[in-house]
Design a protein around this ligand. Sequence first.
Ligand code: NAP
Length: 225
Amino acid sequence: MKIAVLGTGMVGQALAGRLSELGHDVVVGTRDPEATLGRTEPDGMGNPPFSAWHQQHPAIGLAPFADAAAAGELVVNATGGTTTLSVLEQAGADNLAGKVLIDISNPLDFSNGFPPTLFVKDTDSLGEQVQRAFPEVRVVKTLNTLNANLMVRPKDLGAESTVFVSGDDATAKATVTELLQSFGHTDVIDLGDISTARGTEMLLPVWLRLMGALETPFFNFKIVR
Ligand code: NAP
């Protein structure tokens, strides 16, 4: 499948790399490809620049958000929560219309430092904001509750764990569930319509405290029932 991954951070790299390895035709979306490839310094978290990753993945294209979205039959949103709506505007409603959009973003507000707070919660979610802003897009919220590397290689944990899907379109959720299974996910819980993204987005304060207590991001939720 032709897949556009919007976002050049660690989530975008993890998704794009794994999807390409699984045989998909992948293009990564960014604001300005030349500027993105021109960055040579590690990011704020000490991760190598996108250009270093891209050199090791020459088959993966890099294009402005709009061109990437136009090329993808399915689109992944792997951008920060505070910029998600503006990135999707740049991607273009026409380029997204009718497509499945996997939304991995979290509504984290780092403006007062760490730990971040949620800028939308309880009565709304970022997933719903995206679905409302782009009514012709088939939004599926998923993978926002685990670390980027585990999103695409859950078996690295050495034990079964759980991921969630939320969305209004049953066919879109089935497509996404198949992709999740191709990554190695064996327990995918369909929580219901896109409003259930409130639940998974509000898991982030728990996830962040777990990371602090366990001193590692390599863990995941497992729902025993
Ligand atoms: P990120 O640093 O949050 O986002 C990177 C992307 O955001 C880049 O493509 C960048 O564009 C774009 N961007 C930054 N500022 C922008 C602006 N002002 N206008 C337009 N675009 C802008 O990436 P990430 O750490 O990979 O996280 C992606 C999302 O996944 C986040 O919502 C995060 O909460 C969620 N998530 C992350 C993890 C994890 O393990 N990191 C786990 C679960 C969920 P350029 O390419 O042009 O620089």
